[in-house]
Design a binder for this molecule. Structure first.
Ligand code: T46
Length: 137
């Protein structure tokens, strides 16, 4: 599986750093929603779902967490700990986030508004959908 990590250009000077996010420039889709996860309790696993259509970019703007991506055939784990890296999570990717540092803030840019209908929260159903898609090819 190809993991898409966008390197975000750091601007700034001796006062500190600044990163700008612009859709269709360093964010490869129109930005329709921004949300952030913080205050995640120790030992908690978040995510545990896929999306039918949603595309997202995920940035650890502070702290770190581990990220699992699963496309139904392969699983990849990575550490998100760099505010200058954006992880692209495409549709139909199972994701889990865990090992959050106490100070972790994950910022997420999404290409659509919140819609619970777009979630696949059952792993078995997700795998069956992936198999169905690969049979069609
Ligand atoms: C994802 C990962 C990285 C809203 O009302 N609006 C929103 O835009 C979102 C994202 C969530 N919510 C509500 C729905 C739940 O009652 O906030 C609550 C927590 O959401 P959820 O359990 O889905 O959170 P995570 O951390 O498991 O997953 C979230 C996103 O939902 C998901 O799309 O990819 O972060």
């Amino acid at each position: 599986m190809e993991v898409k990590l966008v390197q975000l250009q750091k601007h700034g000077d001796d006062r500190g750093a600044l990163i700008a996010l612009e859709d269709q420039k360093n964010v490869p889709f129109p930005i329709r929603r921004v949300y952030y996860l913080f205050g995640t309790k120790p030992g908690v696993r978040r995510g545990l779902h896929a999306h039918h259509n949603l595309r997202q970019m995920i940035i650890a703007v502070r702290g770190s967490c581990r990220f699992l991506l699963d496309d139904g055939r392969e699983r990849v784990e990575l550490l998100l700990d760099n505010p200058a890296q954006g992880l692209i999570v495409e549709s139909m990717m199972w994701r889990e986030m865990y090992d959050f540092s106490e100070d972790c803030v994950l910022m997420v840019l999404a290409d659509a508004h919140y819609d619970e209908i777009d979630y696949v929260r059952d792993y078995k159903e997700f795998i069956e959908m992936c198999r169905g898609e690969s049979d069609e090819k």
